[in-house]
Design a protein around this ligand. Structure first.
Ligand SMILES: Cc1cc2nc3c(=O)[nH]c(=O)nc-3n(C[C@H](O)[C@H](O)[C@H](O)COP(=O)(O)OP(=O)(O)OC[C@H]3O[C@@H](n4cnc5c(N)ncnc54)[C@H](O)[C@@H]3O)c2cc1C
Length: 425
């Protein structure tokens, strides 16, 4: 019976270590030096690097990469269990060498890069010697890649890139930009002349590429392969976001339960009011539904492929967004006025929850994917009535008893009587 919800003891030991390490080492650093992990200042590096060293020593660095791509090769199920812990802390992914947007860029470099490209960009990215950004979305539209206009034209031994990109996360600080052009995916060092990072938005950048020249070997993967590489890049990212969203949901839920037991109103602790209990009970069920969906999807990827799991991955993406929004809303509500402030993590979780519905493809597009794929297994019914129309089904079922009816006319009366009693049923 291969339907097992337990974690093998050796891996559980690693998870326990991760939980303790995050609580005792990462959270204090995050509280006192919130941006330390993204800074190149030697004082900050002196705080962060020893933590990274511990992670490496435990064999937990770059956990998202398969063995053949240079990572520990845990597979998606174990990664999901790890991300359920890491997702609670904004710094943890970087300290475990698995921070977006570098993860997706590393994945396509590992999968499509030449040995030389890996040497030049993948290994430095894995070691966090350099940082990267992913430039796909354009100002005129992000959901529909057919609207993208950025092009690369070959000119002698160079590609010349022209276009405009929008919402390139971390573009301003990245050493390399992975730029999706209509005719291929390109690596562009940020310092290349013609790359202009506009002043706003601050974190997710608006970038103009004007006559940007890169050598021919900066094309990643095949010419015209941009859409395939983009799918590969985003497929993994989507489920990783969902894994981390579980951690956020659990954090909000823990906070909600603690607060419900700690406040009093109208003669009771608020946890004794039924509508508060309803919020807790709904959140409990929804988080566990999300968790099972994500773990099942991770298991399916491990036992088939990302491509074969596309429907499930898409379902994880919009379900995570919905559960996160609903659970965080309930937690904020139960926190009352304190929930409206930025003095607890709830405020950031709430303002971040719409992003879950938009980044890596908007919910609507993923819902279309799910519905389209699911409908492939269905056919329209023949004739006027649906398959489950009782009178027609019953008529068909009576044929099974034809011999019995022929031998015993009383039985026909019983059947007629019961059919009348059952009515539509
Ligand atoms: C936090 C965050 C980080 C991001 N980081 C990056 C990054 O690093 N690099 C990058 O290139 N991009 C990045 N993006 C951009 C992201 O990929 C786009 O926002 C996303 O693809 C949607 O594109 P858009 O914003 O242009 O919205 P639009 O495509 O304009 O969509 C707007 C709305 O229109 C509706 N809509 C669109 N298409 C459909 C449809 N087919 N069916 C029904 N309704 C539809 C939906 O309601 C949708 O929310 C990031 C986004 C966020 C929120």
């Amino acid at each position: 019976m291969a339907w097992d919800f337990s974690t093998e003891p050796e891996f559980q030991e690693q998870l326990d270590w991760v939980e303790q390490f995050c609580r005792e080492e990462i959270e204090p650093l995050e509280l006192v030096f919130p941006f330390a992990v993204y800074m190149r200042d030697p004082k900050m590096k002196a705080l962060v690097d020893p933590l990274k060293a511990q992670v490496k020593e435990k064999g937990l660095w770059a956990i998202f990469l398969d063995k053949e791509l240079g990572g520990p090769g845990f597979g998606q199920l174990k990664l999901a269990l790890l991300n359920e812990i890491l997702g609670r802390y904004s710094m943890a992914p970087a300290i475990f060498g698995c921070q977006a947007p570098d993860t997706g860029n590393m994945e396509i470099l590992a999968a499509y890069g030449t040995e030389e490209q890996k040497e030049r960009w993948l290994y430095p990215l894995m070691n966090q010697e350099i940082f990267s950004a992913y430039s796909m979305t354009e100002p005129q539209g992000g959901s529909d890649p057919n609207l993208f206009k950025t092009t690369a034209v070959k000119d002698g031994d160079e590609w010349v890139i022209n276009g405009e990109k929008w919402f390139t996360s971390n573009g301003r600080n990245a050493d390399i930009l992975v730029v999706m052009c209509t005719n291929g995916m390109f690596i562009v060092p940020r310092e290349t002349p013609g790359v202009e990072v506009l002043p706003f938005p601050n974190t997710h950048n608006h970038i103009r590429y004007t006559e940007v020249r890169v050598p021919l070997d900066h094309l990643l993967g095949p010419e015209d392969g941009a859409k395939v590489l983009a799918q590969r890049r985003l497929g993994g990212g989507r489920i990783h976001h969902a894994m981390r969203a579980i951690a956020q949901c659990k954090r909000a839920y823990d906070m909600m339960c603690e607060r419900a037991l700690s406040r009093e109103s109208h003669g009771k602790i608020i946890a004794e009011h039924q509508m508060v209990q309803s919020a807790i009970a709904d959140s409990y069920a929804e988080i566990n539904m999300l968790r099972l969906l994500v773990l099942w999807t991770a298991w399916t990827i491990d036992n088939s492929s990302t491509q074969a799991s596309r429907t499930q991955i898409a379902a994880c993406k919009y379900t995570a967004a919905k559960v996160l929004k609903d659970v965080v809303y309930r937690a904020i509500h139960i926190y009352g006025s304190l929930g409206m402030t930025d003095l607890t993590p709830l405020h950031a979780m709430w303002s971040g929850s719409p992003a879950m519905s938009v980044m890596d493809g908007v919910d609507e597009v993923h819902k279309v994917t799910v519905a389209r794929n699911v409908l492939k297994d269905y056919r329209p019914h023949e004739g006027l009535w649906p398959t489950e129309y009782f009178p027609a089904k019953r008529e068909e079922a009576r044929k099974k008893f034809a011999d019995a009816f022929a031998n015993d006319p009383e039985l026909v009366k019983y059947a007629d009587f019961m059919a009348r009693r059952a009515g539509g049923h």
